[in-house]
Design a protein around this ligand. Structure first.
Ligand code: 7TS
Length: 416
């Protein structure tokens, strides 16, 4: 190293320092250090998020948008500041495009309920894909029943890659909206979302992006993507449960009728007629999850202090390491082998039931998810009932992957 050269490598994530920010990672399970690899289900929370929520309840709690008193103004400002942070995080044009909801599920239900009333006729089509989470399937089935629409499904291949070569056949003159997952929660596939959006737009089709599994892993910019809607959950992004975001392009949100009726979403109510509030409040009926929004804002601050580019590099290296180590276990088959993947490895181990795999590795302190991951059509594609799934976050490290591999060898030993 040359004199004067900086010793630290600013581009590298300091995983020990990051881990120290997450109190729960000190937990021991069955006498072993916790190895938390269920991050696609929910991430752990840094102290900064826990403290922001506590501080809100200790010193800022009041209902928002209604009171002239001090605390109500403080709480309103904190809630609206969180919205501005989300708008900046996604690079939205305005915070009018940011609707707070309970999570990805509610965001998709909102669009499935309101979009058809603004932009569809009976016989029109909604396009989804074969790798969607149930929360991006069932709301559209309900909408199809209610509004006489037809649901179409773009298939994937056996690597878990969408058949983009068929996209133009599936985008018909009747297609009004395509709702597509950015990163698959059960396969890890990163879909070429920008290309999909461009091709849908060329046919006049609006696009909703399910970003539940992408926003915590690499930077997502709604203007660069040019999406019409985008949904994510706070709890998969180091924030609290019960809060999430629907980004909606302003012209669509203006056109769509409200989702729920109640306080705060109105301008004027009489028994004869009600007029609605401005965006985004038209879609936020009732007292929202104020503490949740503030906690989400703190999570975004934390994420940005680490830097998504640095997180993406760290997780990509870890995913590659984990893939190589798992693939070297005899009898282990990785499900989902797309060239572009993020943070998720699903696998089956010989003919051992995934629930047995999950139970035994838990004895070794390792938390993985087993089951269909709310993607039964994906399981059907591969002729499986369930897989085991390890999913990564910024605080995971190589030693934890080694512990998983060791625990899997214990599983194999028990079934020999
Ligand atoms: N979309 C995707 C791609 C998801 O992975 C999930 C949750 C959702 C939508 C729903 O998010 P929610 O916050 O509204 O529940 N995925 C998972 C999972 O993989 N394991 O548990 C939940």
């Amino acid at each position: 190293m040359q004199a004067g050269e900086v010793h630290t490598q600013p581009d590298l994530l300091d995983v020990d320092r990051v881990r120290a920010d997450f109190p729960i990672l000190q937990t021991r399970v069955n006498g072993k250090p916790l190895v938390y690899l269920d991050n696609a289900a929910t991430t752990q929370k840094p102290a900064a998020v826990i403290e922001a929520i506590e501080q809100y309840y200790r010193s800022q709690n009041a209902n928002i948008h209604r009171g002239v008193h001090h605390l109500s103004q403080v709480a309103t400002e904190a809630y609206e500041q969180a919205r501005r942070k989300v708008a900046r995080f996604l690079n939205a044009r305005s915070e009018r495009e940011i609707v707070f909801v309970r999570g990805t599920t509610e965001a998709i239900n909102l669009v499935a309920s309101c979009f058809p009333r603004a932009g569809c006729q009976p016989g029109d089509e909604i396009l989804i894909t074969e790798m969607e989470h149930h929360s991006n399937i069932v709301p559209w089935q309900l909408a199809c029943q209610q509004y006489g629409l037809r649901l179409r499904v773009l298939p994937m291949d056996d690597r878990g890659v969408l058949r983009i070569d068929l996209l133009d056949d599936y985008l018909t003159d009747r297609t009004r909206l395509m709702s597509v997952v950015h990163v698959s929660n059960s396969l890890g596939t990163v879909n070429p979302i920008k290309e999909i959006i461009a091709r849908a737009h060329a046919r006049g089709v609006a696009v909703l992006v399910d970003a539940a599994q992408s926003v915590a892993h690499f930077s997502v910019d709604v203007q660069t993507l040019d999406c019409d809607f985008l949904a994510f959950s706070g709890h998969k992004l180091y924030g609290p449960t019960g809060i999430g975001v629907l980004y909606g392009r302003e012209n669509w949100l203006e056109k769509m009728p409200p989702y729920q009726g109640g306080g705060d979403m109105i301008r004027r109510v009489t028994f004869e007629e009600t007029t609605y509030n401005a965006l985004p409040y038209k879609f936020e009926a009732g007292t929202p999850n104020i503490a949740g929004a503030i906690g989400l804002g703190a999570a975004l601050d934390y994420l940005e202090s680490i830097g998504l580019a640095r997180i993406a590099r760290h997780e990509a290296a870890l995913l590659q390491y984990a893939t190589e180590r798992l693939a070297s276990i005899s009898g282990l088959r990785i499900i989902g082998n797309a060239p572009a993947k993020a943070a998720v490895i699903s696998f089956v181990l010989k003919d051992i039931h995934p629930h047995d795999v999950g139970t035994i590795v838990n004895h070794e302190g390792v938390a993985i998810r087993t089951g269909h991951h709310c993607t039964q059509p994906v399981m059907d594609h591969f002729g499986l009932a369930a897989t085991s799934r390890a999913s990564l976050a910024m605080y995971n490290c190589k030693e934890e992957i080694d512990q998983l591999v060791e625990a899997l060898h214990t599983v194999i030993g028990m079934f020999q």
